[in-house]
Design a protein around this ligand. Structure first.
Ligand SMILES: [Cu+2]
Length: 138
């Protein structure tokens, strides 16, 4: 009887030790994916000098706008992509700044071209802590 339990116990320990590196590697892989996604986001927010038609992408995910502050040039378009299961909005703090989106659901996009210089604050109508600034320069 005791021997059986010992064998089972030993097998379980063996399996656990065997699986630990795999679990660890999976976490590492996730981090790598996150890093490359962030790199893509950062690259896409850089403006191309002399180009008036460039766009900056902002993702709406995990109840936040990513990135949380963007610096663009006059004439550039910002495209917001909703990636959350929860509904969100892109709502200008000052309605004169830009019209803003309606309710966005997963997969929806909203875009706006900033033709005025200045700092524009926008937030999500449903989640007041989701707030971002768009800095538009000449
Ligand atoms: Cu929201």
């Amino acid at each position: 009887m005791n021997k059986k339990y010992l064998i089972v116990f030993a097998v379980l320990i063996g399996l656990t030790l065997f699986l630990i590196p795999y679990i660890f590697r999976k976490e590492e892989a996730k981090k790598e994916v996150k890093k490359s996604v962030e790199a893509i986001i950062n690259n896409s927010s850089e403006s191309v000098p002399g180009s008036k038609s460039s766009t900056t992408n902002v993702n709406i995910e995990n109840f936040s706008f990513v990135p949380e502050e963007i610096n663009i040039k006059k004439g550039e378009t910002v495209v917001w992509t909703e990636k959350d299961d929860a509904p969100h909005t892109v709502t200008a703090s000052n309605k004169e700044d830009f019209s803003g989106s309606g309710t966005l659901l997963k997969g929806d996009t909203y875009s706006f071209t900033f033709n005025k210089v200045g700092s524009f604050t926008y937030r999500c109508k449903f989640h007041s802590n989701m707030i971002v600034v768009v800095n538009v320069k000449e």
